[in-house]
Design a protein around this ligand. Structure first.
Ligand SMILES: N[C@@H](CCC(=O)N[C@@H](CS)C(=O)NCC(=O)O)C(=O)O
Length: 196
């Protein structure tokens, strides 16, 4: 089983760390959907990361679908979450999506072509997600194998690296504390966010 994508993608890192936390064997192939588009398209014609390539040639995409498939296949419990856990995970994945949209708008477009209304909207949505997460994560049971804890830590690191200064770490102490705890674990360090 091969996992394709770069570890600066929160979705790729989420799958890599989730699999490793359940001792699932896989090979990480770090291909970029941008700089190695053609090579990536040989694995998945739609060029989405993460892509999980199964031994029979089936290619799966979307981090949640990949985890759901493996959960059923290998009798795991990635998504044995309470309603509160699902609500949190939804907020975290929406935050990840908004953060990636902001990065694409600001890094893939020339400044004069960027849409200020869209950028403002995306940042507002991201901030609202952070506020809800900060409130709800207090009292959530910490577990280094839990999807909420894994995904939140990964998304928070991505935001600190890519949206520098736009979402202040100090305003969200509970999220930051959880992220720091998770980033110190062996598995997070094994699949670390790449150095610049
Ligand atoms: N909902 C998807 C989002 C995946 C996603 O957007 N990945 C980005 C990399 S961070 C990508 O493939 N970008 C290239 C593109 O969308 O064309 C997931 O959970 O896997």
């Amino acid at each position: 089983m091969k996992l394709y994508g770069m570890l600066d993608s929160p979705f790729v890192r989420r799958v890599a760390i989730s699999l490793a936390s359940q001792q699932i064997d896989f090979e990480l192939i770090q291909l970029s959907v941008f700089s190695t588009f053609n090579e990536f398209s040989k694995v998945n014609p739609v060029v989405k990361a993460p892509t999980l390539l199964l031994d029979d040639g089936t290619y799966l995409m979307d981090s949640t679908l990949i985890l759901q498939y493996l959960e059923h296949q290998q009798k795991l419990s990635f998504f044995a979450l309470s309603a509160q856990g699902y609500q949190l995970l939804g907020l975290i994945l929406a935050l990840a999506e908004k953060a990636v949209q902001y990065v694409y708008e600001t890094q893939l477009r020339a400044e004069e072509l960027q849409n200020p209304t869209w950028k403002k909207r995306v940042l507002l949505q991201a901030e609202k997600a952070c506020q809800a997460i900060e409130q709800q994560i207090q009292g959530y049971p910490f577990n280094s194998k839990d999807q909420v804890c894994i995904s939140l830590a990964i998304v928070w690191t991505f935001i600190q690296k890519k949206l520098k200064g736009l979402i202040s770490q100090e305003s969200y102490p509970s999220i930051t504390q959880l992220q720091q705890q998770m980033e110190q674990t062996e598995i997070f360090q094994r699949y670390a966010y790449p150095q610049a």
